[in-house]
Write a protein that binds this ligand. Structure first.
Ligand code: FMN
Length: 564
């Protein structure tokens, strides 16, 4: 073994002295200068990074504040046209928009109205005993499945209507079923109630309530849900936001024949049973033009029966306060007879109000007057379905006036429906033919005053006065259904024949919401002045983006300032 091998075997290290670097190495003067330069450079880099970082943070913060503010013009001028370009089909664009808003909301990045402009109370309105912070609402169809109710409230709406929801899930009509008329800011749709069904939507609304309960520290279980629904959190049980209301719209399934009134009643009451607990207002839709025969339910007799059953079902809702009930009527059934027939059904059933308007089967003239539509859009006018857009405004306004007057006149106290002579049979329609009037004539062969006389002549000599007992003032302002009047016949001693028709104390005034072509603040003001409590918008949002509600409210304020 050589010595190296021996040493390795013995693990002995050769004792060669190590060269240790001296503690203070010699530094060449030029290297010293370069270190100083490096230090200076790193200070400069750090400063630059700080400046860039701060600028980026500020840009992101301002960008976030700008993009998420409903008043930013980027929504109308960039995002809406971009969505139109990316999604040539209107329905695809709608689904994408809903998904984006939902995702952004889950990260707290959704667009919202900043600065609480409604706090001044200048636009506040009374609806069903609630003070709504503003009278602008969204209308049905925008959030059919109640996916984005909370972020839509954050856009500034005083009222959000979700739905229409059918009892069982259904696909709706084949696609394509939404058509844009950009030169008119209008749409034609024939969705035909595509719905996930009442159970799924109810589960979603329940989840929303439980999440809210959790956030306010009530827990997340059934008991927490009950507390919120019973008002213990101090918010309306539907909207979950003070000063705002959530309406849930219900409709029948397509396969349920409108002529089988018992089946129709079952459809609507099934929806009430599932959904009414989570709603401040239940809206009965009998006016979509895209479900065959639906509008025939506006005939006075089936309508009264249907509304009666909905009112009764709503009274049984397992909640301290009951939702208000409204019925949404068509703009195409607008004759005096049709309007007064619908109002009779409203009075007879005790429904709380009417949503005046929906899409129309008619095809209004283009605006501005004399404008020639591009050929492509002119062709689209021939598509079946309901038309919506600014052209409808004047008709909505005149219909609101008609309903306001007829409802304010009070019930006519006609004889019971079953004994009405000469009532024509319920109209029938496929629901698809443009412009056709599908509601059977509502006229009775006797006038209302003759009807009163005829009732009086059949009475015992002591006669009766038709007396209305207005419902007692609501004891709980959250009980939205308390505004429904109770009208009863009560015997009193008055001279036998020709009693002056008793002044009918009609109870609380029926509430009207308006929908159809409302696009700006001036129109919203006009609609409210005509007797509506809420102006609902939909198509204006499709073309104007998420800032539309804030804009309309600002225009209303500006109008008010200019008038002073
Ligand atoms: C794509 C689309 C879907 C709609 N879906 C419903 C619906 O499910 N139920 C309903 O009552 N109205 C529905 N509507 C009608 C709107 O709620 C509203 O009454 C009508 O469009 C008129 O108002 P606007 O001119 O502001 O859009 C729908 C409208 C559109 C454009």
């Amino acid at each position: 073994m050589n010595s190296a091998a021996q040493m390795r075997a013995l693990r002995i290290r050769p004792s060669v002295p190590r060269l240790r670097p001296s503690q203070r190495p010699f530094v060449h003067p030029t290297r010293q200068a370069s270190t100083a330069a490096t230090d200076a450079r790193s200070v400069a880099t750090r400063t630059k990074n700080f400046v860039y970082g701060t600028a980026l943070t500020l840009a992101l913060s301002f960008g976030y504040l700008y993009v998420t503010d409903t008043r930013s013009s980027i929504h109308e001028w960039l995002i809406v046209p971009a969505l139109r370009q990316i999604y040539p089909d209107g329905e695809d664009a709608h689904h994408a928009g809903t998904k984006i808003v939902k995702a952004l909301h889950s990260f707290g990045l959704n667009p919202r109205e900043r600065g609480d402009p409604d706090a001044a109370g200048d636009l506040a309105v009374e609806v069903f005993g609630h003070t709504l912070v503003n009278p602008i609402g969204t209308s049905a169809g925008m959030d059919k499945g109640a996916d984005i109710a909370t972020p839509v409230f954050e856009l500034g709406a005083g009222l959000v209507e979700v739905g229409a929801v059918t009892p069982l899930a259904q696909e709706g009509n084949p696609k394509p079923r939404v058509f844009r008329l950009p030169s008119q800011n209008a749409l034609i749709n024939r969705y035909g109630f595509n719905s996930e069904g009442a159970e799924t939507v109810a589960m979603r609304l329940r989840h929303r309530v439980r999440q809210f309960a959790y956030h306010v520290g009530l827990g997340i279980d059934e008991e927490a849900e009950r507390k919120v629904l019973d008002g213990e959190a101090g918010v309306p049980p539907g909207s979950l936001v003070p000063g705002r209301l959530l309406a849930v719209q219900i409709a029948k399934n397509k396969t349920t024949s409108e002529q089988d009134i018992e089946a129709v009643k079952r459809d609507y009451t099934a929806c009430v049973n599932q959904l009414a607990k989570y709603a401040d207002i239940i809206v009965v839709n009998v006016s979509s033009p895209n479900t065959p025969g639906l509008r025939a339910l506006q005939n006075v007799e089936p309508l009264t029966q249907l509304l009666n059953s909905v009112v009764q079902a709503a009274q049984k809702v397992d909640r301290k306060t009951k939702p208000a009930i409204m019925v949404k009527v068509s703009p195409d059934e607008d004759s005096e007879e049709q309007v007064s027939g619908i109002c009779e059904a409203v009075w007879d059933s005790g429904v709380d109000g009417v949503i005046v308007g929906n899409t129309t089967k008619k095809r209004p003239d283009p605006i501005p007057k004399g404008y020639f539509l591009p050929q492509e859009e002119a062709n689209l006018l021939l598509e079946q379905g309901g038309y919506s857009g600014p052209q409808m405004f004047e008709r909505t306004l005149s219909l609101v006036k008609k309903y306001r007057k007829t409802l304010d006149d009070g019930p006519k106290q006609l004889p019971p429906l079953s004994s009405k002579p000469g009532l024509p049979p319920v109209g029938h329609s496929t629901g698809d033919e443009p412009d056709s009037s599908i509601v059977a004539k509502l006229q009775s062969s006797i006038s209302p005053s003759e009807a009163l006389d005829s009732v009086a002549s059949k009475l015992p000599p002591a006669s009766v006065e038709l007396h209305s007992e207005a419902s007692p003032p609501p004891t709980n302002i959250d009980d939205l259904s308390a505004s429904a009047p109770i009208v009863t016949a009560k015997p009193v001693s008055v001279p036998a024949r020709n009693p002056a028709p008793a002044p009918v104390t009609a109870g609380p005034r029926k509430v009207i919401f308006a929908t159809g072509g409302i696009t700006n603040g001036r129109q919203a003001r006009e609609i409210l002045d005509a007797g509506a409590s809420v102006a609902q918008v939909y198509t204006a949002i499709i073309y104007g983006g998420v800032g539309t509600i804030s804009r309309i409210k600002e225009e209303m304020r500006e109008e008010a300032r200019n008038k002073k």
